[in-house]
Design a protein around this ligand. Structure first.
Ligand SMILES: Cc1cc2nc3c(=O)[nH]c(=O)nc-3n(C[C@H](O)[C@H](O)[C@H](O)COP(=O)(O)OP(=O)(O)OC[C@H]3O[C@@H](n4cnc5c(N)ncnc54)[C@H](O)[C@@H]3O)c2cc1C
Length: 360
């Protein structure tokens, strides 16, 4: 009898599961993808889009077309709750889907609970990105909250776009610590100087306390005027797992074992930002790991269905990141090493365009 496998979210790992299923189909399986948008936007190319280097089409995967090609049934819905004991998934709007096996790769969100009702923009879910960016980069003083890799990358990219199109004003970056606080001091200083040379104005060690239409107020009572806020303060969990009484970490991300199975339920799998590995609880929430988990997730879904032993996901010790730093230059970071050049951007461009080619 055919069993139903539901993939919730078109994140990196699920794209790879679908692609591998196309080449080597899981037997006697009806595979469904549930995602709230027809497109999956690729965050690695957000900076290039913000700067005007890529078109919208280049940054996204058409899920209706891709799912059809992979023999996967696509359902455009947002999952809201899972009932593991009843093996049922509930979606917004009231639809209910029974399943035999389910896997989550729904990413993360970025606006904290206390600012949920504010006008702050978010690039999560990722299908909001283009609309948010088009409106924001045309204004005079867009303000970015968050001095991590994503915040800095988008700040420098928007400023480069503004410089090129002679849109007056400066991007403002507010961060509760210093720029790229988790990186070695030398790398952090280098990125700060790139941001400033491009024209980004930076407020370090300032935490946002209140947000208004035209300004934010920090905990040190500084008022910073803006023409729109983009919140990139780090990954936060969707409430779905907490609502479903799943074991979660202190931030609300579901705990998975090294086999990518949920702790209490061997028929629930998860990958990417939305889960925390018990074996590596402090692993960064980054696309690099979501991508690497894809093939392991596919192998383990197959092994589970065939009643065979499952593999353990082992993250690499160090991961390479390349930040787009404006004008087709990149800042490559690998452990303590960093390198700023056109070659670094070319490498990033090659990695990102090759990634997209796999799913287009
Ligand atoms: C500006 C920016 C740049 C970045 N650059 C990099 C980079 O260069 N390298 C890197 O490694 N990381 C980068 N990251 C981090 C990276 O984006 C995330 O770690 C990565 O996208 C996580 O992938 P994922 O597979 O977990 O989910 P995602 O890629 O976020 O995909 C999740 C999918 O699930 C869908 N979804 C969400 N909720 C639900 C629901 N309830 N029901 C159904 N579907 C749902 C979403 O619509 C989305 O399609 C960047 C982040 C940002 C913001």
């Amino acid at each position: 009898m055919r069993r139903r496998l539901i993939l919730v979210g078109a994140g990196h790992a699920h794209l790879e599961v679908m692609r591998l299923h196309k080449n080597n189909p899981l037997t006697d399986i009806e595979m469904c993808l549930i995602n709230p948008s027809n497109y999956q936007y690729y965050s690695g190319m957000f900076s290039g889009y913000a700067e005007g280097l890529y078109t919208e089409e280049e940054t996204r995967i058409d899920l209706t077309e891709f799912a059809e090609r992979c023999g996967v049934h696509f359902i455009k819905k947002k999952a809201s709750r899972v009932f593991p004991e009843r093996k049922k998934l509930f979606c917004e709007g009231g639809a209910v889907y029974p399943f035999d096996i389910i896997s989550f790769d729904i990413g993360s969100k970025s606006i904290p609970y206390e600012f949920a009702g504010s006008d702050a923009r978010s690039v999560k879910p990722n299908y909001q990105f283009v609309e948010q960016m088009n409106s924001l980069r045309a204004t005079s003083t867009p303000l970015i909250v968050g001095g991590g890799a994503a915040g800095c990358e988008l700040a420098v990219s928007i400023q480069t776009f503004k410089n090129k199109h002679e849109i007056a004003g400066n991007v403002r970056l507010v961060t509760s610590s210093n720029v790229l606080a988790d990186s070695p001091r030398k790398t952090s200083k280098k990125l700060k100087s790139i941001l400033e040379e491009t024209g980004v104005q930076i407020w370090e060690n300032e935490k946002v306390k209140d947000m208004y239409d035209e300004c934010i107020v920090t905990e040190m009572n500084n008022r910073i005027r803006h023409t729109g806020v983009l919140w990139l303060g780090g990954p936060l969990a969707d409430p779905i797992f907490t609502l479903s009484n799943i074991d979660v970490d202190t931030r609300g991300f579901a705990y998975v074992k090294a086999t990518l199975q949920f702790e209490k339920y061997s028929f629930i799998f998860g990958a990417g930002d939305c889960v925390t590995l018990r074996t590596y609880p402090h692993l960064d929430k980054s696309g690099v790991y979501a991508v690497r988990q894809g093939p392991v997730l596919f192998e383990n879904l197959k092994a589970y269905l065939d009643d065979e032993p499952l593999k353990k996901f082992e993250p690499q010790k160090k991961a390479m990141y390349i930040l787009s730093a404006g004008k087709k230059k990149g800042l490559l970071m690998y452990g303590g090493f960093s390198h700023y050049s056109g070659k670094a951007w070319n490498l990033k461009n090659k990695i990102d365009t090759n990634f997209m080619k796999k799913y287009k």
